[in-house]
Ligand binder design. Structure first.
Ligand SMILES: C[S@@+](CC[C@H](N)C(=O)[O-])C[C@H]1O[C@@H](n2cnc3c(N)ncnc32)[C@H](O)[C@@H]1O
Length: 198
């Protein structure tokens, strides 16, 4: 069995989330459309999306962050098995802490982690992104709740964070953003110019 299929079956067996097929198709066409080499992923899961991205871009290097120790361990094993481990830096921990200490630059950021933290993470991610780079954020419409008039109390933090993320990315200086109603909602934001810090 192909390693990607193996990871998919494993995700189903363990009931851990991986991106939808529609999202996968948009993600892969996006990363192939420009020569990105330094990818940051928030939310490694068990390594499905990371494996797909690295297989699509033989020159690329992936830094990926995962809070769940069990998922991170499985991701590490799959990266080894796929022969990709040398091109991966897998960081186990909470992105909200790790991001404050990062200073490497990236030309592609795949945001697929804690939805309630997207808006909090946004300025850090913008700072880590090279000019011409892309932030690809998944799940931004969160099962349609983000567009609903009435928000259930239990979804309020996530929906408010995602709404703020979408609005602020759309209006961010030096960015061109596109919101796609694909999968669970995708926001693709390209940094077109250096941002002036006054
Ligand atoms: C949708 S899954 C990622 C799926 C993966 N990108 C894929 O498609 O194969 C989201 C992941 O984010 C992780 N996560 C949630 N909160 C996090 C945090 N604060 N820091 C790092 N990872 C986090 C979860 O444990 C989960 O594995």
């Amino acid at each position: 069995m192909d390693i990607v299929e193996e990871i998919k079956v494993c995700a189903m067996d363990l009931s851990v989330p991986i991106m939808k097929d529609e999202t996968r198709d948009v993600l892969l066409s996006c990363i192939r459309s420009f020569p990105c080499r330094k990818i940051l992923e928030i939310g490694a899961g068990i390594g499905y999306s990371g494996t797909l991205m690295l297989r699509s871009l033989p020159e690329a290097f992936l830094t990926t962050i995962e809070i769940d120790a069990f998922s991170a361990e499985i991701a590490g094993r799959f990266f080894e098995k796929a022969g990709l481990a040398k091109r991966v830096r897998l960081i186990e921990g909470d992105v909200t802490e790790i991001i404050t200490m990062m200073d490497a630059r990236f030309d592609f950021i795949f945001l697929d982690g804690p939805k309630g933290q997207y808006e909090h993470l946004r300025p850090y991610l913008i700072n880590l992104l090279d000019d011409g780079g892309v932030i690809f954020a998944d799940n931004v419409l969160f099962k349609g709740y983000v567009s609903d008039y009435y928000i259930r109390h239990k979804h309020r933090t996530i929906v408010n964070s995602l709404r703020a993320f979408i609005d602020n990315m759309k209006n961010a200086e030096g960015f061109v953003s596109e919101l796609l109603d694909t999968g669970d909602g995708i926001m693709i934001s390209k940094k077109t110019a250096a941002i002036s810090h006054e």
